[in-house]
Design a protein. Structure first.
Length: 300
């Protein structure tokens, strides 16, 4: 049987297709290694040197923003000529409490929860649409990778664990990348034999767009911390300078908190305790008490 000779343009397109697909898989693999192997190592190094200072700065920054927001809303009322009654002050505090509840929860997860608690909290935030898409992609990957279905062509245990971890973390973006990495949905060789030049052109362009997205995603990741400061972490002089910068930032935030606390007392006459609200649940009040105890401004 004579093997059909492909048009030269189709041969070039086919070559571009395979090169692009390999490049796409390389980009996805790089992103996985950076995210799941390099980043944890760099974060551990960063935390060893700066973890406590970062924690203090983040809590102080949130506290500064929150008291500023209270003062801002109270000042708007005064500028409009309204009298700040106990009810109005309490209402404003209630509004600010609701505005900042999400930020407090995220900060609490980042610094005060262990891994299991963070995962449980994150799962509660997944909306139904994302969850439906996530389950669908997970099932597709399981069918593709499970040894019972894939037979001898099944990837190793590392690939299997990668899928399981992405599903556990509810990482929709990572599952999408894994679908591309493992070629889920790719046409078979038998199917591509029927493709004409227009179809090959369309498939190559689609693959190149996906590669462009993954390359941008990878470049963005490399430009973020901790990757952007990987070299500096081994520089003792830089570490000392960074410690000094963090300490200065903390002091700046504490000064802002003091100033806005003063403005708050001036505006309210001290008639309503900061953040008090009879409508808040016991859990909310308990969390805020814990939050206050874990910030510099709560210890002043």
């Amino acid at each position: 049987m004579t093997t059909p000779v492909l048009h030269p343009e189709i041969e070039l397109l086919k070559s571009r297709f395979h090169e692009t697909r390999n490049a796409l898989r390389d980009a996805i693999e790089q992103w996985h290694v950076l995210s799941n192997e390099v980043r944890p190592r760099l974060n551990a190094t960063y935390d060893r040197y700066f973890g406590e200072l970062e924690r203090e700065l983040q809590f102080a920054s949130l506290a500064s923003a929150e008291i500023f927001r209270r003062v801002e809303l109270l000042s708007i009322k005064v500028a409009r000529g309204e009298k700040l009654t106990t009810e109005i002050i309490d209402l404003i505090n209630h509004v600010v409490n609701k505005e900042y509840a999400r930020f407090k929860r995220r900060l609490h997860e980042a610094f005060n929860m262990d891994t299991e608690q963070r995962e449980r909290s994150a799962q509660l935030r997944v909306d139904a649409h994302d969850d439906e898409e996530l389950v669908k992609m997970y099932r597709t990957l399981v069918k593709k990778l499970h040894p019972d279905a894939a037979g001898e062509s099944a990837p190793g245990t590392e690939a299997w664990h990668r899928v399981q971890n992405a599903y556990r973390d509810r990482n929709v973006s990572q599952l999408r990348s894994l679908l591309a990495f493992f070629g889920v949905g790719d046409a078979s060789d038998l199917e591509t034999r029927t493709w004409g030049q227009d179809r090959w052109t369309s498939e190559v362009q689609s693959l190149e767009r996906r590669l462009h997205v993954e390359e941008r995603k990878l470049a963005r990741l490399k430009g973020e911390e901790p990757f952007a400061i990987e070299g500096a972490l081994t520089d003792e002089v830089w570490r000392e300078q960074h410690i000094a910068a963090l300490q200065a930032s903390i002091q700046t935030k504490l000064k802002e908190i003091d100033e806005n606390n003063k403005h708050y007392r001036e505006l309210t006459g001290g008639c309503v305790p900061l953040g008090s609200n009879a409508l808040k649940s016991t859990d909310e009040q308990g969390f805020e008490e814990d939050f206050m105890k874990n910030t510099y401004f709560g210890q002043r």
